[in-house]
Design a binder for this molecule. Sequence first.
Ligand code: GLU
Length: 336
Amino acid sequence: MIPTDFEDVAQQVATGRLARQSIQGLLQEAHDRYRENREGLQAHYIPALGHADPEHFALSMAHVGGSVFEVGDCGHEFSLQSISKMFVFALAVQHLGRDEVRERIGVNNTGLPFNSVMAIELNEGRPMNAMVNAGAIATTELVPGEGPEDKWVAIHRGLSDFAGRELQLDAEVYASESAANERNKALGRLLKSYGRILGDPEAAVDVYTRQCSLRITTRDLAVMGATLADGGVNPVTGVRVLDADTCRDTLAAVAASGLYERSGDWMFEIGIPAKSGVSGGIVAVAPGKGALGAFSPRLDSAGNSVRGQLAVGHLSRTLGLNLFASAPERWSVPER
Ligand code: GLU
């Protein structure tokens, strides 16, 4: 653990403003640039995802000022999948507090794929972070509620608050994943054997499968992400969903593990916390500025949308979102 001494020190916030205001034009530019890219393959291990039209491509951005910009197939709904993990983590931190969630789950990268059994074994049963399947399954128990049904209600309500509308379950995806999730059930049982799941592991996997099956659009993703960029207030509805500290903690955990074992590469190249899902969605959050939602079903070998990564990367540069980029404030000195 990193030693800290923050107890009596208030959090000050200093984020920059969006570098350019022509968001609609820049979204269009990114869409035009990558729409002919046909690399990658859509996920098939959940049979219903194999039916997706691989040509779909949508980009949205929600600004913390409340405006939303969109290009492409923005009305198309797809399942939330792994992107749910970061928002459920946020609900757990909000409910139980950062220290308990960190103790039970962790906030470090496993360095291993999203559905790894080895990651549990190598870490004495600790799932290490909530962005991999094991951690996400264990995290479903940490939201408010007595049993799995109550917890599902809290998750459904919480995720809908992030989106600013009531999200619907995709019954086909839920049935398809429920019939094909033996591996997640195995992860659940292993976690139970280590005491990292206290209730019924199958029930925890079922709640997790439901949260993955919620239908969203890129607009929803952008608004959900922008709620985390806006100190926990949904910038469109004005509803407070989380405390600002919970947003900060969630984005830190996402930065470490949002793109699975490629998270370091992602931060090196793109420089903003982002989470991807196997249906082809990506949400990327620029604190104090807003969030991008991207969707295109063809994935790379780690499970990340190819067009989505390219488009978010492009927009991070053109909109000036990279958290690590700076330019000299006072001197005009040529670059080396
Ligand atoms: N529901 C999917 C699974 O558990 C989510 C995986 C993902 O999007 O990375 O395999």
